[in-house]
Design a protein around this ligand. Structure first.
Ligand SMILES: Cc1ncc(COP(=O)(O)O)c(C=O)c1O
Length: 346
């Protein structure tokens, strides 16, 4: 939806490529990536791997695919994966963990999506034939269901150390890792070494039209490349898409702080609106709020739509809005005006 003065806060995935990005795509040198000779894809994979201090990278169509490849490459059927109960791999990947990898998920109730080393340790199964083998921990940073919450560096370090001590692999679902880095003032090279593998989405806050990267050591990425082919994710002249990713890494990382500031301004306003019961603390670009008990999320969303403002439902009586590259200060003013004047009586 990109019509006229519609303000679309359903997700940071709704952005249109900028003229600069389109120019980079148009001028990309491409080859057949299944034969391994698309120079722009190689450049993107190398660039991202270096940023996060990993040996290799793999360009994939989506963040769901990078997560699913990671699950499959790290595990054997029957293994168990430890993660937060709201994590994307559990709630929003169509049961892919079971379908593709035959693993079970051991769910932890985290603090707005964030789990601790102590919680993980308590869920590691003993070496006993009754229990699945605890194999992998998945950390989501930022946490989508947690309203864009971020892990602190020391929490990540503790979980990473525990995984190393207990021979567990550790994967980062970093669909919005650059938002987390911007909010916590950390660098990719600081977080990269804490994980065995990392999924990074280019098509969320970074504003590329398509694509995610899976990063890890060279042996892991060789295995991942084979699984990507099995999943039907081997693409040919996809360097046009990779060019958008390179452009996004070069031009759209520093500006994430603007998205966070705008999200903070919406948070402040929402606290004062009579139809809002509760607002989750805003740390990055995601705003989640609960309506007063008698209000329905669907009716509220319909009302917003009548004012050309789009958001999404996030559970009973709960709304999510996400700020992004195509949401500017002018739109922020309009959004605040719409929310401030909204008549919500029942
Ligand atoms: C935390 C998280 N991980 C993974 C994904 C999957 O990304 P994709 O939509 O590219 O499959 C999303 C999508 O919103 C997400 O929020």
């Amino acid at each position: 939806m990109n019509s006229g003065n519609l303000i679309d806060l359903r997700s940071d995935t709704v952005t249109q490529p900028t003229p600069g990005m389109l120019g980079a795509m148009f001028n990309a040198r491409v080859g057949d990536d299944v034969f391994g000779d698309d120079p722009t894809i190689i450049e993107l994979e190398t660039k991202a791997a270096r940023l996060f201090k990993k040996e290799s990278g793999l360009f994939c169509p989506s963040g769901t695919m990078t997560n699913q490849i990671a699950l499959k490459a790290h595990t054997q059927p029957g293994d168990e994966v430890i993660c937060d109960e709201g994590s994307h791999i559990y709630r929003y990947e169509g049961g892919g963990a079971a379908v593709n990898s035959g693993v079970s998920l051991r769910l932890i109730k985290g603090d707005r999506g964030r789990i601790t080393a102590g919680q993980v340790e308590a869920e590691i199964n003993p070496d006993d034939i009754h229990f699945p083998v605890s194999r992998l921990v998945v950390i989501e940073n930022t946490s989508n269901r947690g309203g864009g919450s971020c892990y602190s560096s020391h929490n990540l370090l503790d979980i990473s150390r525990l995984c190393r001590q207990r021979q567990l692999r550790i994967h980062l679902d970093g669909a919005r890792i650059f938002n987390a880095l911007a909010a916590t003032g950390t660098t990719p090279s600081e977080v990269g070494p804490l994980f065995d593998t990392i999924s990074v989405c280019l098509s969320k806050g970074l504003g590329a039209p398509v694509g995610s990267l899976l990063l890890g050591d060279a042996g892991f990425i060789r295995k991942a490349r084979r699984i990507r082919k099995v999943f039907g994710g081997g693409m040919r002249q996809a360097g046009y898409l990779a060019a958008a990713g390179i452009y996004a890494l070069d031009h759209h990382v520093d500006r994430l702080r603007d998205d966070h500031k705008r999200a903070n301004q919406l948070e402040k306003l929402l606290h004062h609106l009579p139809y809002v019961k509760e607002v989750m603390p805003v740390e990055t670009n995601i705003i989640v709020f609960r309506l007063q008990d008698h209000l329905s999320a669907d009716e509220f969303l319909t009302k917003l739509k009548q004012h050309n403002l789009l958001a999404i439902g996030f559970g009973p009586g709960t709304i999510r809005m996400v700020t992004h590259l195509d949401f500017n200060d002018d739109m922020l003013r309009q959004t605040m005006e719409i929310l401030g004047n909204l008549q919500v009586n029942r």
